[in-house]
Design a protein. Structure first.
Lengths: 313, 353
C-alpha cells in the first residue's frame, strides 16, 4: 500500500503545471492579474530581501562593507573570513555544538515518547484509554500557568546549568501527540487485525506496520520538535548561567542584540580585520541555515498534517 | 476473515463499560456492529482480561505521562506558593521550602490591586493583543484567498515554501533581522545617512513605535504560516457551488462573498476564539529580548512581568499569584469568546451541550 493511500485526502492537486480553467469561470482581467502579482511579489520580497542582505553581508569582505557603509545589498568582494573564524573552535562553534546536541537528543527523545503515547492511545476502548487521554489533554488548558513553579522545580531538581533543563521541560507536546494519534487511528484496521491474527505484538505492529505508513506525519512532527529545540532562547536564558553552556540562540542574542563581541574574536574585530557586521550576520546565517534547509523538504506534508490536526485536535 | 479467530477478546460494548468512547463515524461504526454480533461472556470481559490484553498500550503511554506529571502537574501544584510568603531558603529544595514557608492567604492577590506596574503590564498586554487582533488576524485570510486564486501550481508551491519559512525561525533571529533593517546601524538608517535625511533613525529603541514594531514582527514571522489552515478549508469547498453560482450570474466577488467566505466561517470563528483566549499570553521571548532596548514602560507584558518579579526579583509568591490570575482570566476569555461564537451559530472550540 502506498504512503498516501492511508492519509486523508484533502483535495490537494497532484498534477504539476497550470490547472485548466473551468468553462464557467471568466478570464482574468489584466488589472486583477497585475494587482495579484504585485501583492504576492511584495509579500515574498518582504521575506526574502532581508534574508538576502544578511547572507550577502556575511559573505562580504571588510572593504566592501566599509564602502557600502554597513549592510551590503549586492555581492562584490566575497570573503569567508567571518565563517572561518566563527567555526574554528571559538564561542560560536561551541554554542552550535550545544544547540545541535540538544536538538538531536531532544527530538529523538520527544519522538520516541510521543509516538509510543500516540500509539498507546490510538485504540478506542482500550484499558484506561480515556483516563490517560484526559491526563494528557488537561495540561493543554493550563499550559502557561507555571513559569515560576517550573523554574523552582528545575532548580530543586539540580538541573540548573544542565542540558537536561533545555530538553526535559519541553520534551512532551500534547498537541503533537494528538496529531500523531489521529494519523495512527487512520491506519487501516484490517491490516492491524490480520497482523494480530498472525501473532504480531503491539511493538511489532507499531514498528512494522503503523510507522512505515505514517512517514509523512512523522517527518512533520519531527520538524516541529526540532525547530522548537533549535529556536528556544528562554530556557537558555533562565536555566543556564554558565556562559560556556549557552546554546546558539542565546549567543546570537548576545552578539547581535546586545552588541557583544564573541570571546576570542575581539581582537580580529577591533583591528578591523573582520568587520563586526560580517560576524553578526554570519552568526544569523548559522542560526537560520538548518531550518531553511530542512523545512522545505517537509513542507509538502504540512497541509495534510495540519488539516487532520485541526479536525480532530 | 472470521472474528472468532482473533486471539484477543473483543472490546466491550458501550453498555458493559462506561470508559468506552463512542466510535467515530466511518470504519468504527462497522467494527462496533461486528462486535455486537459476537457472543460476549455475560457481564462483558473482566478487568483481568483487559489488563492482559492492553497492558502494553498502557505501558507505552507511561513515559509521556511521567514527563507531564513532573514538568506540568508538579508545577501546577507548585502554584500554591501564591498563597504563601515563599522563601527558597526556608528548606531543602522546592517542596521542602514550600512546606516551611508561612501562609499568607490572599495577600499576594491584594498586592496586585495597588501595584501600578502590574496594571501597566495588563494595559500593554491588552493593547498589543488588540492591535494584533485588528491588524494581524485578517492578513492570513487575505493571503490564503490570494494564493488560492493563483492557478499555476508551481507558483503556488514556491510561494507557500517562502511564506511558511519565517514561522520556523526563532524569535531571536526574527528580532535580529529587524534590527539589521530598522536598527540604528541597519539598512534604512544607513540609507538615510547617505541621503542626508536624518541621523538618529532607530526604530528598535523607540518606545513609542514599539507596538507597531512587534505587530510587524508577528506579521513577518507568522502571517505566511497562518494561511495553511485556511488553504486546507478552501480545498474542501465543493467546486460545484462555484459553478452553479457562476451559472446564476454571480461574478468573482459575489462568489467569494457567498461561497468562499461562508466556507471559511467556522475556521475563522475557531481561530478567533483561540486568539482571544491567548490575548493575555502574548509575550515570552519576543518581549523579553527587546525589553532592555525600549524599556519596561513600553514593553512590559504580563509574562515578562512575571519573569521580572519572580525570577529576576526573587518575589516568587507574588509572581506565581500573577500567573494564576492570568491563567484564570485566559480560561474566562476562551469561554466568553466561545459563547459569542455559539450565539453566532458557530461551533467554536468545544460544541454546545
Amino acid at each position: 500500500m502506498s504512503d498516501t493511500s492511508v492519509l486523508v485526502h484533502d483535495g490537494e492537486e497532484k498534477e504539476v503545471g497550470k490547472r485548466q480553467r473551468p468553462a464557467w469561470e471568466e478570464p482574468p482581467t489584466r488589472i486583477g492579474q497585475t494587482a495579484k502579482g504585485t501583492i504576492l511579489g511584495i509579500a515574498l520580497l518582504a521575506i526574502l530581501f532581508p534574508l538576502w542582505i544578511v547572507l550577502v553581508t556575511s559573505l562580504s569582505d571588510a572593504e566592501t562593507i566599509s564602502r557600502s557603509g554597513g549592510l551590503v545589498v549586492w555581492p562584490q568582494g566575497i570573503s569567508l573570513d567571518a565563517y572561518r573564524e566563527l567555526l574554528s573552535g571559538g564561542e560560536v562553534s561551541r554554542a552550535m555544538a550545544v544547540s545541535i546536541g540538544v536538538t538531536v537528543v531532544g527530538t529523538l527523545l520527544s519522538m520516541t515518547v510521543s509516538v509510543l503515547a500516540a500509539y498507546g492511545l490510538s485504540r478506542l476502548g482500550s484499558l484506561w484509554h480515556r483516563t490517560l487521554l484526559f491526563t494528557l489533554m488537561a495540561t493543554m488548558f493550563f499550559g502557561g500557568a507555571g513559569i515560576i513553579p517550573t523554574y523552582l522545580l528545575i532548580q530543586s531538581l539540580g538541573l540548573m546549568n544542565s542540558y537536561a533543563a533545555l530538553i526535559l521541560p519541553m520534551a512532551v507536546n500534547v498537541f503533537n501527540i494528538l496529531v500523531l494519534r489521529a494519523f495512527f487511528m487512520n491506519v487501516g484496521q484490517e491490516i492491524i487485525d490480520s497482523a494480530r491474527i498472525d501473532g504480531a505484538s503491539e511493538v511489532r505492529i507499531l514498528w512494522g506496520i503503523v510507522l512505515p505508513l505514517s512517514r509523512a506525519v512523522l517527518a512533520v512532527i519531527s520538524l516541529f520538535y526540532a525547530v522548537a529545540y533549535w529556536g528556544n532562547w528562554f530556557a537558555g536564558f533562565i536555566y543556564i548561567t554558565d556562559q560556556d553552556k549557552l546554546p546558539l540562540q542565546n549567543v546570537l542574542q548576545q552578539i547581535v542584540v546586545a552588541g557583544e563581541r564573541p570571546a576570542g574574536m575581539a581582537q580580529a574585530i577591533g583591528t578591523g580585520q573582520i568587520p563586526s557586521l560580517a560576524v553578526q550576520t554570519a552568526v544569523m546565517v548559522l542560526a537560520l541555515l538548518p531550518v531553511a534547509v530542512l523545512s522545505p523538504f517537509v513542507q509538502r506534508h504540512f497541509k495534510k498534517g495540519m488539516l487532520i490536526g485541526a479536525v480532530k485536535g | 476473515m472470521s472474528q472468532s479467530t482473533v486471539p484477543r477478546p473483543p472490546t466491550p460494548t458501550e453498555g458493559g463499560d462506561p470508559s468506552t468512547e463512542p466510535a467515530p463515524p466511518g470504519s468504527g461504526g462497522r467494527r462496533r456492529s461486528r462486535r455486537r454480533a459476537d457472543a460476549l461472556p455475560p457481564g462483558g470481559i473482566t478487568f483481568r482480561h483487559r489488563l492482559r490484553r492492553d497492558y502494553v498500550l498502557v505501558l507505552m503511554t507511561l513515559p509521556a505521562v511521567a514527563l507531564l506529571v513532573v514538568f506540568a502537574y508538579l508545577p501546577i501544584a507548585g502554584n500554591v506558593i501564591a498563597f504563601q510568603f515563599y522563601s527558597p531558603y526556608a528548606g531543602d529544595g522546592f517542596f521542602d521550602s514550600m512546606a516551611n514557608s508561612a501562609w499568607t492567604g490572599w495577600e499576594n492577590f491584594q498586592r496586585m490591586m495597588e501595584d501600578r506596574d502590574f496594571w501597566r503590564a495588563v494595559r500593554n498586554t491588552l493593547m498589543f493583543s488588540g492591535l494584533q487582533l485588528l491588524f494581524y488576524f485578517p492578513v492570513p485570510i487575505a493571503l490564503a484567498l490570494l494564493i488560492n486564486s493563483v492557478l499555476h501550481s508551481k507558483v503556488r508551491a514556491w510561494s507557500q515554501a517562502v511564506l511558511y519559512l519565517p514561522h520556523f525561525f526563532s524569535w531571536v533571529l526574527v528580532i535580529t533581522v529587524f534590527q539589521q533593517l530598522f536598527g540604528g546601524a541597519g539598512l534604512v538608517a544607513q540609507l538615510f545617512r547617505e541621503w542626508g535625511w536624518s541621523d538618529g533613525f532607530d526604530l528598535m529603541t523607540d518606545p513609542g513605535f514599539f507596538k507597531w514594531l512587534i505587530t510587524a514582527q508577528v506579521m513577518w514571522k507568522d502571517a505566511g504560516w497562518g494561511i495553511i489552515v485556511f488553504l486546507a478549508a478552501l480545498s474542501t469547498v465543493n467546486t460545484e457551488l462555484y459553478e452553479s453560482a457562476a451559472v446564476d450570474g454571480a461574478g468573482r466577488w459575489r462568489r467569494m462573498w457567498h461561497v468562499t467566505l461562508p466556507a471559511l466561517r467556522p475556521v475563522i470563528a475557531l481561530l478567533l476564539v483561540l486568539q482571544v483566549g491567548n490575548m493575555l499570553t502574548i509575550g515570552g521571548e519576543q518581549y523579553l529580548i527587546q525589553r532592555t532596548a525600549v524599556g519596561p514602560g513600553a514593553s512590559e507584558v504580563l509574562d515578562t512581568y512575571v519573569w521580572h518579579r519572580g525570577i529576576e526579583g526573587g518575589d516568587f509568591s507574588y509572581a506565581a499569584a500573577i500567573g494564576i490570575v492570568k491563567g484564570i482570566f485566559s480560561v474566562g476569555l476562551v469561554l466568553a469568546a466561545n459563547r459569542v461564537a455559539h450565539a453566532m451559530g458557530e461551533q467554536g472550540v468545544y460544541s454546545r451541550r
